[in-house]
Design a protein. Structure first.
Length: 203
């Protein structure tokens, strides 16, 4: 894995090389606040503990990337491909993940309070124990995802596909489940106060 300094990265950005090819690069523990990495190839890059608050990663390829406990508050990851990425413990508060691909991604204990994920693909993703309060999952694909113990208080799951998802012990208090698909989902011990009556498709 190639370790690239902040100075080298900003030099590449200033040279106008687009999209940047940074596959396998090591940016762990780097401060990259508001950096523009739109459409960059960051496949299998290491961004663990990196500060990417407010960064632009729209359309970036982050397949298999390591983003453990990374700070992505307010970051723009719309349309990014995070298939198989490790985002455990990452802070994605108020991040934009519209139409992002997060298939089989690890989001255990991640913070996605007020994050925007409409039409995102989270098939088979692991979000166990994640903080998803007020997050927007409208039209998102969460088929077969692990949502054990998640906090979805006042979250929007309108028209979301949760078929086969594991929502055991999840807190869905006041969540918007209008038109969502919960066919075959596990709701054992889930709190559905003020939300269950709005969802037409349940076990």
């Amino acid at each position: 894995m190639t370790r690239i300094s902040q100075e080298q990265l900003y030099l590449l950005i200033n040279l106008g090389q687009s999209p940047l090819w940074l596959a396998g690069a090591d940016f762990s523990d780097k401060t990259l606040v508001e950096v523009d990495l739109s459409e960059a190839n960051l496949r299998e890059a290491n961004l663990s503990l990196a500060n990417l608050a407010g960064a632009t990663l729209a359309g970036a390829r982050l397949i298999g990337a390591e983003l453990v406990e990374a700070n992505l508050r307010g970051a723009n990851l719309s349309g990014a491909d995070l298939t198989g990425a490790n985002l455990s413990g990452a802070d994605l508060t108020e991040a934009n993940l519209e139409r992002a691909i997060l298939c089989r991604a690890n989001l255990t204990n991640a913070h996605l309070t007020r994050a925007d994920l409409p039409f995102a693909n989270l098939t088979g993703a692991n979000l166990s124990q994640a903080d998803l309060r007020r997050a927007n999952f409208q039209g998102a694909n969460l088929r077969g995802s692990n949502l054990v113990g998640v906090d979805l208080v006042r979250a929007t799951l309108e028209q979301a596909d949760l078929a086969g998802a594991n929502l055991a012990e999840a807190n869905l208090t006041e969540a918007n489940l209008k038109g969502c698909n919960l066919t075959g989902a596990d709701l054992n011990g889930a709190n559905l106060i003020k939300s269950a009556r709005t969802c037409p498709k349940r076990i």
